[in-house]
Ligand binder design. Structure first.
Ligand SMILES: *[C@@H]1O[C@H](CO)[C@@H](O)[C@H](O)[C@H]1NC(C)=O
Ligand SMILES: *[C@@H]1O[C@H](CO)[C@@H](O)[C@H](O)[C@H]1NC(C)=O
Ligand SMILES: *[C@@H]1O[C@H](CO)[C@@H](O)[C@H](O)[C@H]1NC(C)=O
Ligand SMILES: *[C@@H]1O[C@H](CO)[C@@H](O)[C@H](O)[C@H]1NC(C)=O
Ligand SMILES: *[C@@H]1O[C@H](CO)[C@@H](O)[C@H](O)[C@H]1NC(C)=O
Ligand SMILES: *[C@@H]1O[C@H](CO)[C@@H](O)[C@H](O)[C@H]1NC(C)=O
Ligand SMILES: *[C@@H]1O[C@H](CO)[C@@H](O)[C@H](O)[C@H]1NC(C)=O
Ligand SMILES: *[C@@H]1O[C@H](CO)[C@@H](O)[C@H](O)[C@H]1NC(C)=O
Ligand SMILES: *[C@@H]1O[C@H](CO)[C@@H](O)[C@H](O)[C@H]1NC(C)=O
Length: 391
């Protein structure tokens, strides 16, 4: 199934202890590029889920084109109607037994590219189980020999989406190519929706001004996430809170899964640690990180080991996330200390282990954030070697 990019990064977005503010809902960040494409559709369609207009790729500036040497056009089909699948962008698809490419005019900078898939049978000639393909964009292989039906079945949901971050060096066209695998003659490629959204520079990438880079777990070195790196999102959680869907984000339409999903990844002995009650009287103060980093709601909730020293000193609060081996992972932990009796440095200190290695020997949120109610985050990069699965 692997290897994909060199190196591919899979960010894991966790957030641990957090706060609240009752806020207005206008987006904090407005993306320069905000492209929403419903493949195999003609016209424009409002998506009630995100309040954006999704444009069809039929007879539009977004129509895909075939490889010149191959010359066979892609076709479009309607998905069988289903009450459980949301309409936009999953109700129609672009498919082909041959390679096809989309061209998007975008500005330079770092982007989210999101690919949406509804793996159903699109007629007898496009059986669900025959979809097997690779996707490349801007020189990166985003998906390789992607078996969408088996991926969806494994995830337990009807539809799936994949989110990537990549950098577009200069104002140019971003080409996204879908290529059926050679494995079988009836293998085909398909896509239901494509989304391209700008992000603030260096939200995840390391800026040239930052001489430090990211802590590289298990190494004296730091790690720089530079333009030649693409990232794939694997987990993103609002720990101890509800799921935050597209419009609840700061303007980039990221999806943050909620406590119901996050809880499943706690190891057995950690399930006893409770979700902190929200305190809506605290006013968040973004002095250390930009406000677009994560939604305020994310910092309004959290999970705590509690104030019983006997218990909190003798146990760990551990999440166990299955990941693919032989990739490096960016792990971003979000914190906001909002319990009212924790206001000074040393009021609460704890260790952080990532992949059983010490990432922080005495993590002190207040020392880092310089106060109660101030959101911060900290990044780490960890390499997951080949070999038996571990936490
Ligand atoms: C979509 O916009 C309408 C009108 O501005 C608003 O009432 C509604 O809450 C919005 N929906 C979402 C999901 O944000
Ligand atoms: C990385 O790409 C950005 C544009 O997204 C550009 O401004 C920056 O100079 C590039 N950095 C390097 C080191 O090439
Ligand atoms: C995708 O995976 C499923 C389940 O393993 C398998 O039945 C199917 O043949 C695969 N598709 C292709 C085109 O290899
Ligand atoms: C909620 O926050 C306010 C303002 O910081 C504080 O005065 C109050 O004690 C907090 N309530 C709880 C239950 O922690
Ligand atoms: C946020 O912190 C700054 C710097 O310490 C301070 O000047 C400001 O009053 C604070 N704002 C709020 C709303 O607490
Ligand atoms: C702390 O937890 C221990 C072990 O469960 C218990 O015996 C003790 O009474 C608790 N202390 C307080 C102050 O609740
Ligand atoms: C554990 O409980 C003690 C005593 O209440 C408290 O000072 C400390 O901050 C707690 N530690 C954590 C990691 O919550
Ligand atoms: C907590 O996790 C670390 C790292 O995996 C381990 O060394 C330590 O023994 C654990 N502590 C407890 C109390 O389980
Ligand atoms: C990491 O810690 C977990 C839980 O403590 C343990 O099951 C696993 O074997 C450890 N892995 C390694 C490589 O030490």
């Amino acid at each position: 199934m692997k290897p994909i990019l060199t190196p591919l990064f899979l960010p894991l977005f966790l957030h641990i202890i957090t706060v609240h503010v009752a806020g207005d809902t206008s987006p904090i960040y407005t993306p320069v590029d905000d492209i929403t494409l419903q493949c195999g559709f003609s016209g424009n369609q409002l998506n009630p889920g995100d309040n954006r207009t999704w444009t069809g790729d039929i007879n539009s500036k977004f129509s895909p084109f075939p490889n010149q040497a191959v010359g066979r056009s892609s076709i479009y089909r309607q998905a069988p109607s289903s009450s459980s699948v949301i309409q936009v962008p999953y109700s129609t698809a672009r498919l082909s037994l041959y390679v096809f490419t989309y061209e998007f005019r975008v500005t330079s900078g770092q982007k989210f590219v999101r690919l949406y898939f509804n793996p159903v049978s699109y007629g007898p000639d496009f059986d669900r189980s025959n979809a097997l393909f690779s996707v490349t964009a801007g020189g990166f292989t985003l998906l390789k020999d992607f078996n969408s039906s088996v991926t969806a079945d494994a995830s337990g949901s009807d539809t799936i989406y994949r989110e990537f971050c990549l950098n577009v060096e200069s104002e140019q066209s971003l080409y996204i190519t879908f290529k059926p695998s050679r494995a079988t003659s009836d293998a085909y490629a398909f896509i239901n929706g494509i989304e391209i959204v700008s992000m603030p520079n260096y939200l995840y990438y390391t800026s040239a001004q930052n001489s430090d880079g990211v802590n590289y777990i298990g190494s004296e070195n730091t790690f720089r996430i530079e333009n030649g790196t693409a990232l794939e999102m694997v987990y993103r959680f609002n720990v101890g809170g509800s799921s935050l869907l597209f419009n609840k984000d700061t303007g980039m339409y990221r999806k943050w899964d909620g406590e119901q999903d996050e809880y499943k990844y706690l190891d057995y002995s950690s399930k006893k640690f409770s979700v902190l009650p929200q305190n809506s009287s605290i006013e968040l103060n973004f002095t250390e990180i930009p406000e677009y980093s994560a939604p305020e709601e994310l910092y309004q909730t959290g999970r705590s080991m509690g104030m019983n020293k006997t218990i909190n000193k003798s146990s760990n609060l551990t999440w166990e996330f299955p990941v693919d081996p032989e990739f490096s992972y960016l792990v971003r932990l979000h914190f906001c200390e909002f319990e009212s009796d924790i206001t000074k440095p040393r009021d609460r200190r704890f260790l952080i282990f990532i992949a059983n290695q010490t990432a922080e020997e005495a993590w002190d949120i207040i020392s880092r954030s310089r106060g109660n109610g101030r959101p911060i985050y900290k990044d780490y990069v960890v390499f997951r070697p080949a070999g038996p699965v571990e936490s």
